[in-house]
Design a protein around this ligand. Structure first.
Ligand SMILES: Nc1ncnc2c1ncn2[C@@H]1O[C@H](COP(=O)(O)OP(=O)(O)O)[C@@H](O)[C@H]1O
Ligand SMILES: O=P(O)(O)OC[C@H](O)CO
Length: 504
């Protein structure tokens, strides 16, 4: 009897496999981190083979820990870091280059050239996204332009492109022996190559980027059977039945099914998604229009998204590059030693600024420094940066959608930080709510897969299983709240115009 669903969460820093039971509760977890490769300033890569190896290992770990085997699984769901680009040769199964990660800014020149005189919003009405280094299309073009022999191989029809969902799925379903080359609408909506209305590839945009259509995976819904695990793999014969980009998966796992509901995930970066229903809402305020999910044959549901590149990774940077503390969670201990930021503001524009600014010319800045400021203030300023950036995104959501959120559901690694969560509620002026199952990303992918095979009935089961763990309510004087935010806004302006086009 298949009593469980397995989710694979292929994230930016690690790959996790989580076994869920019918109540949506975690039964077991396997997790392995992978290498972060920084070959040059602004470049970020992963090794696709390592990601695939880790995927197999974490699936084995999770099944062993749960003391079950593949016959106990009703389905497998996949969720993934979005935009990160893998190009591989279907005849050998080998990647032609490392995966170019979503944070990587090497494609700025390609993006500028594509924008030409029409500017960054050239394709926005069609794909919902501004031209930026963040998205996959320009990354594919970079690989074809720069890896020896890649363009010829692509023209021969030997190369395949995918985000890490498609890479994992292709390998799981057989690889060179008939692997399925498929992605879902949510991942496809992050490439700059998919038409948001027709949910199909745009030949003209692919052609502008010099990308042969033969490289692109077939676009399918987020919840249907794409294939089954290959015969001698970890999950032989088990239907692989759900794919969602990780932020969309978290939105699904947080049961944000009603128009006007939203979640914010605090991981490497922060991503707030607001469900806008079956109508796509264009953004005038620096947000992305994206697909939220599509369940089988039902109409696609859209979202507005505020993507912030650097939040938890700033904590990692304080840990790894400055050696301020040994463990990410220690940031709270230091930040609690002071009552405020001491006048210091840290704008982590390490990859330029994403939402709502989209300023590739910005670089990080720590401003407001005096002799008074010590490392506790800097730890605090780093946490506050996450909260201010989130407020900027929420303000943009309201301006674009008219939705005045009354509370915000949160998840991700940073929501363990209680100081941050309280400060977030103070800055937003609304309650911040954390669910019992904080692994909402994996949970969302599990639900998508389980719904496809009838393990769960549908969205009503997801809503019934969702439960609140903790709530933080605003507790800051309005004047103080606004004074801090005004200073933040001023700090942001100090990061602009740093990168000159000629010196990079
Ligand atoms: N207690 C904490 N306080 C602040 N940041 C934290 C804490 N614990 C983890 N983080 C940060 O959260 C991030 C990990 O969150 P996670 O959701 O696992 O990320 P991802 O899915 O992007 O890999 C790391 O960047 C880490 O620095
Ligand atoms: O893997 P995460 O949680 O850092 O999420 C990355 C996002 O999908 C990038 O768009």
């Amino acid at each position: 009897m298949a009593d469980y669903v397995l989710a694979i969460d292929q994230g930016t820093t690690s790959t996790r496999a989580i076994v869920f039971n019918h109540g949506g509760t975690i039964v077991s977890t396997g997790q392995i981190e992978h290498d972060q490769i920084f070959p040059k300033a602004g470049w970020v890569e992963h090794k696709p083979d390592q990601i695939w190896d880790n995927t197999r290992q974490v699936v084995g770990l999770a099944l062993t820990k749960a003391n079950i085997n593949h016959t106990d699984l009703a389905a497998v769901g996949i969720t993934n870091q979005r935009e990160t680009t893998v190009v591989w040769d279907k005849t050998t199964g080998k990647p032609v280059y490392n995966a170019i990660v979503w944070q990587d800014t090497r494609t700025q020149a390609i993006v500028d050239e594509l924008a030409g005189s029409e500017g960054a919003d050239k394709y926005k009405a069609i794909v919902g996204l501004p031209l930026a280094t963040y998205f996959s299309g320009p990354k594919v073009k970079w690989i074809l332009d720069n890896v020896e022999g890649a363009r010829e191989a692509a023209d021969r029809g030997d190369l395949l492109f995918g985000n890490t969902d498609a890479w994992v799925l292709w390998n799981m379903t057989g690889g060179v022996d008939g692997g399925v080359h498929v992605t879902d609408v949510t991942n496809a909506s992050r490439t700059m190559l998919m038409d948001l209305d027709t949910l199909s590839w745009r030949e003209d945009i692919a052609s502008d980027m010099g990308i042969p259509l033969s490289m692109l995976p077939e676009i399918r819904s987020s919840s249907e059977v794409y294939g089954t695990g290959r015969p001698r793999g970890m999950v032989p014969g088990v239907p692989i039945a759900g794919i969602l980009g990780d932020q969309q998966a978290a939105t699904f796992g947080q049961a944000c099914f009603d128009v006007g509901t939203a979640k914010n995930t605090y991981g490497t970066g922060n991503f707030m998604l607001l469900n806008t229903g079956t109508e796509k809402v264009p953004s005038e305020n620096g947000l992305l229009t994206t697909v939220c999910y599509k369940i089988g044959d039902a109409a696609a549901v859209y979202a507005l998204e505020g993507s912030i590149a650097v939040t938890g990774s700033l904590v990692q940077w304080l840990r790894d590059n400055l050696g301020l503390f040994a463990d990410a969670q220690d940031v709270e201990w230091f930040a609690r030693k002071v009552d405020d930021n001491g006048g210091a503001y840290f704008v982590p524009a390490f990859s330029g600024l994403f939402a709502p600014y989209w300023r590739p010319d910005a670089r990080g800045a720590l401003v407001g420094l005096t002799r008074y400021v010590n490392r506790n203030h800097i730890a605090r300023a780093a946490l506050e940066a996450t909260a201010y950036q989130t407020r900027e995104v929420m303000d943009a959501m309201k301006a674009d959608s008219g939705v005045d959120l009354t509370e915000l559901k949160v998840d991700g690694g940073m929501v363990a930080n209680e100081l941050l969560m309280q400060f977030q509620a103070d800055q937003l002026g609304v309650d911040v709510v954390r669910p019992v199952v904080a692994e909402t990303t994996a949970l969302g992918a599990a639900y998508a897969a389980g719904i496809a095979v009838g393990f769960w009935k549908g969205e009503s089961d997801v809503t019934a299983n969702w439960a609140e763990d903790r709530r933080w309510s605003p507790d800051m004087d309005e004047k103080e709240r606004d004074r801090l935010y005004r200073s933040w806004k001023k700090a942001v302006t100090k990061t602009f115009d740093w990168v000159d086009a000629d010196i990079g």
